[in-house]
Design a protein around this ligand. Structure first.
Ligand SMILES: *Cc1c(COP(=O)(O)O)cnc(C)c1O
Length: 462
């Protein structure tokens, strides 16, 4: 499979290079040159298959030319063998119409493990035949950092520098990062907020000295391989609910538009997806974009669902690319305008075709708390704040009798203060992370400046 940039002005790459690259050189994001399609017969044949076998069938066309079935199966077996549920992503029924897809059975208790456990193994495999080492620099508000660190700790030829805003991630989230003592893991607490950390990372990628001396790579969801790994569980869940003969809807707690874009890919591949509900909190740029075409930045308001507290959703560009008829030049123009004015008005025809598949909702903290209490009181199930937002959106969407799967993106124990506030219940930490508060931590605290971070990284990886 070949991959092309959404801005039409970067070299096409194969799967191996696209995995190691992250962003395209023209500032765009890589997407497959065409969407592979599974026939109804192929989808039907997934019934009863294990998660790993489903993964091999769904990802096979995307890795063609880089990995054969045996190699792909071996990587998936290793990655998903680290999940603590035999079904990897089990489906739980809440009532007659609503299901939860539990995506938090990986090592760090959030759905990002599904993609990053595989990405860590892909990095290791692809780097093993090259002489260059990779330097991963990332900023995290919590979940990406811990999932990336777990996936990359102790691996050859990768140094990881993870920046988190000092004092602004939960204790569980911080300890999941800072108690990993492998020598290739470097945790940096930045004296600033998440936006400061993110700005420094972007500046590093644009800095000629850092670029000249380091082979920089990204682990956030602009990385295509991450999205690809997430397509699998849409198939896995829908087939269990009767696909390809019965359409299924999904409600997705959305931040950077990565997870819900994977649902879009599943639909393009032939899965009968009745609807994709883009659930946002009060940081609602995507809800405004999909309901009225107004894609414009506003100030970020911190909420109990921090992984959805975003200003811009990077992966939305991948959808806009398709909606524009895959016109890279036109999209580059739109994105330039957005980058200078911080707003974009989505043309009416593009909006109409987006709304064929997508609907959206904005759920505030009251709506979130009500969904948490409904799940607990009515179904005996405790959800985390992110999942609660999507569950609220799912319950208010008008879908007739189509089954709706809400993606449960984090274990409630990861956000136990917020859960306790809404339900009075303090979820216990699962056994696999029970020792978290007894372990030694290691991190350095640095000022929020490019100079300080660059010097630190170059000294250790340059
Ligand atoms: C990252 C994250 C999200 C948002 O996912 P996107 O792919 O960025 O839209 C939602 N919930 C949780 C718990 C997350 O960690």
């Amino acid at each position: 499979m070949e991959y092309i940039s959404t801005r039409g002005n970067a070299p096409a790459l194969g799967f191996e290079d696209v995995t190691l690259a992250g962003l395209a050189s023209d500032g765009g994001l890589y997407v497959p040159r065409e969407w592979p399609v599974l026939t109804a017969g192929e989808i039907a044949s997934l019934a009863g298959k294990s998660y790993v076998e489903t993964a091999v069938t769904v990802m096979r066309p995307f890795v063609a030319g880089a990995l054969d079935d045996d190699a792909l199966r071996a990587l998936c077996t290793e990655a998903y063998g680290r999940f603590d549920h035999a079904a990897v992503t089990p489906l739980v029924q809440l009532d007659a119409q609503h299901w939860l897809l539990e995506l938090f059975h990986g090592p760090t208790l959030a759905f990002k493990d599904v993609a990053l456990q595989l990405l860590g193994l892909l990095f290791e495999r692809f780097l093993s035949t090259r002489d260059t080492a990779l330097t991963v620099v990332g900023a995290t508000s919590g979940d990406t950092g811990s999932a990336a660190i777990d996936a990359l700790a102790g691996r050859d030829k990768v140094e990881v520098f993870m920046l988190h805003p000092a004092g602004r991630v939960s204790d569980v989230q911080r300890r999941q990062m800072t108690t990993v003592l492998a020598p290739n893991i470097h945790n940096i607490a930045v004296e600033g907020d998440f936006d400061d950390a993110q700005r420094i990372v972007k500046a590093m990628f644009a800095d000629s000295e850092a670029r000249g001396r380091l082979n920089l790579s990204a682990v956030n969801s602009i990385n295509w391989a991450r999205l690809m790994a997430q397509v699998v569980y849409y198939f896995y869940a829908a087939v269990r609910l009767g696909a390809p003969d019965r359409p299924v809807a999904f409600s997705v707690p959305t931040g950077n538009f990565g997870d819900v874009f994977a649902g879009y890919v599943a639909a393009r591949m032939g899965l009968p997806v009745a609807r994709l509900i883009v659930a946002t909190n009060v940081n609602d740029i995507l809800h405004r974009a999909l309901s009225s075409g107004d894609y414009s930045c506003e100030r970020v308001e911190p909420t109990a669902a921090p992984s959805m507290d975003i200003q811009v959703s990077s992966n939305f560009e991948r959808l806009l690319f398709d909606l524009s008829g895959r016109d890279g030049a036109a999209l580059a123009g739109m994105m330039d305008e957005f980058e200078t004015t911080k707003k974009l008005s989505i043309p009416a025809d593009m909006l109409v075709s987006a709304r064929d598949l997508f609907s959206s909702a904005r759920v505030d903290s009251d709506g979130m708390a009500m969904a948490m209490r409904w799940a607990h009181d009515k179904c005996g199930y405790v959800v985390d704040p992110h999942t609660a937002i999507a569950l609220s959106a799912a319950r208010s969407d008008d879908l007739g009798d189509v089954p709706v799967v809400t993606l449960a993106t984090a274990h409630p124990a990861k956000f136990r203060e917020a859960v306790e506030r809404a339900t009075g219940i303090r979820p216990a930490l699962p056994a696999r992370v029970a020792g978290l508060f007894d372990r030694q931590e290691r991190f350095d605290t640095l000022p929020a400046t490019l100079d300080a971070i660059r010097a630190y990284v170059l000294e250790r990886a340059g």
